[in-house]
Design a protein around this ligand. Structure first.
Ligand code: FHN
Length: 488
């Protein structure tokens, strides 16, 4: 890596005299802004992805030996302290006869999702593909012997959706050296804070080779979604980053490796209050668990999902929405229905989402509590305003209304003039009137689509030129003077 800038410099300075050397176009440093921007192009365009948590935990589905085990479904081994020897036996019951990779990817496509990310190995250590470095996988340990990732990779390729792999690099409750299994293998750290397990042996012998397998045999890999970086020193994280960068330079690294990745992963279900400049993604549940639990059928409504999607996109982020398929391979039908309804909304309104930039303003998303109140995490309490959001493309603003504005909707301050406005779903013209120098949209009632109605506002110039406070005062003063003069 170090030599690349030297080669580039040599070419620029004309130090390479032979034509063949001059023709060499060295690939840019993978950590350069240019390389990162190029890698991220599809991700920034995509906005909406399908997350899939699937593994042996879908069999107990939240219940162990007749007992309901609280918490997220994929953590049942940890929460019920199930010994490895017992948990392994679940593999003998793994026979997802209804699994149809194309049906899953078609669902993602119907929902308007543009990429898929699946758990290749979660914290329980079970791999959903035929690994050569562990027998605790879907081919070697189960009667089914179907390689789930191979089938999904073929379906994604056929239907044209990028596929990424979640990989739990630190926690592996199946391995004595992996982090997290304190019920079989004792604590990860001693009272002195020092590591008590042969964590590097686990990394070298399972985690790193498995990531290598995924990148070399299941590509092209759109992204690797690392998670819970316990005991991930910068050096250890770098080893994973090097694997990704050398074996598959276009593959993205999420924000939970243990060092900065290509984009920021927020906390689970955490949507920032404000526009963020960096690329970012919210991993989110569609009910209250990631892996399937039979007692959790509390699906988010299509309206809620549309709101979250537009809210996130208007702040510059991506929405990675999770489903937990059942043990037989079927994604719960009620959750499929919700996703398809979202897809119908996106079919009519997707222009306001895909490939858009964030809100040019941002104040509309909410405000911090003026009383200094704190949220559950102790951060200043943010009071969201959820009436509308705006996204942008050159020369166009997409205002999405989640409720009917009670009075004509005054556009946020900008220097640009409004050329026209129309409803995105059916092209119907929306009247624009100017009051006190500010254009307002007269949105016909009842509102067209109570879930979310998008009005496109065409402006002169490619981008919004914000009107600063001084400009606003000048406009108002101008109006005041004109009024006073006509009155006298
Ligand atoms: O522990 C995991 C959890 O099971 C799930 O995979 C989520 C998804 O973001 N990540 C961890 C918790 O943040």
């Amino acid at each position: 890596m170090r030599s690349r800038p030297v080669v580039t410099l040599a070419i620029v300075l004309g130090l390479c005299s032979t034509p063949s050397l001059v023709a060499i176009q060295p690939s840019p440093d993978p950590e350069s802004i240019e390389a990162k921007t190029a890698r991220l192009a599809w991700f920034r365009e995509a906005k909406f992805g399908l997350f899939i948590h699937w593994g042996l935990y879908a069999i107990p589905a939240g219940e162990w030996k007749g007992r309901r085990i609280p918490g997220i479904g994929e953590w049942i081994m940890n929460r019920a302290k199930i010994p490895v020897a017992e948990y392994e036996l679940l593999a003998r019951q793994w026979n997802p006869v209804k699994f149809d990779a194309e049906a899953w990817v078609s669902l993602a496509r119907d929902a308007g999702m543009k990429y898929v990310v699946i758990t290749s190995k979660h914290h329980d250590g079970f791999a959903l593909y035929d690994s050569k470095v562990s027998r605790f996988d879907v081919v070697d340990a189960t009667p089914s012997r179907r390689d789930i990732l191979k089938e999904l990779q073929a379906a994604c390729r056929k239907l044209g959706l990028p596929l990424g792999f979640y990989y739990s690099q630190s926690q592996d409750w199946h391995e004595p050296g992996g982090a997290g299994n304190e019920w079989d293998f004792g604590p990860d750290l001693g009272p002195d804070g020092k590591e008590r397990k042969d964590y590097d042996k686990y990394l070298r012998e399972k985690a790193e080779p498995q990531v290598r397998e995924l990148l070399t045999e299941y590509g092209p890999v759109a992204l690797v979604w690392f998670d819970t970086p316990r005991m991930m020193t910068p050096e250890r994280a770098q080893r994973f980053a090097d694997l990704v960068r050398t074996l598959s330079p276009k593959t993205l690294i999420d924000g939970r490796l243990g060092k900065a990745g290509d984009y920021v992963s927020t906390g689970d279900n955490v949507v920032p209050g404000r526009v963020q400049a960096e690329a970012w993604e919210v991993p989110a549940t569609i009910n209250h668990t990631w892996g399937y639990r039979k007692d959790d059928q509390d699906w988010k409504s299509p309206g809620d999902i549309v709101f979250k999607l537009v809210d996130i996109v208007s702040k510059g982020g991506n929405y990675l929405l999770n489903v937990g398929p059942m043990a037989d391979g079927v994604i719960p039908p009620a959750c499929q229905d919700a996703l398809r309804t979202v897809g119908r909304w996106l079919k009519a309104n997707g222009e306001a989402v895909y490939g858009t930039g964030p809100s040019p303003w941002g104040e509309e998303t909410g405000e911090p509590s003026s009383r200094g109140a704190k949220d559950l995490r102790g951060n200043p309490l943010f009071l969201p305003h959820n009436e509308w959001r705006v996204t942008a493309k050159p020369g166009k603003l997409y205002f999405t209304f989640f409720q009917e504005p009670r009075v004509p909707f005054e556009l946020p301050p900008m220097k640009n003039t409004v050329k026209r406005a129309y409803r995105l779903a059916d092209g119907e013209e929306v009247k624009v009137e100017v009051e006190n120098g500010r254009p307002r949209l007269v949105i016909p009632r009842p509102i067209f689509d109570p879930t979310a109605t998008v009005v496109v506002v065409e402006i002169d110039g490619p981008v919004v030129e914000p009107l600063r406070v001084a400009d606003r005062v000048a406009t108002l003063l101008g109006l005041f003077t004109r009024k006073a003069m006509t009155a006298s």
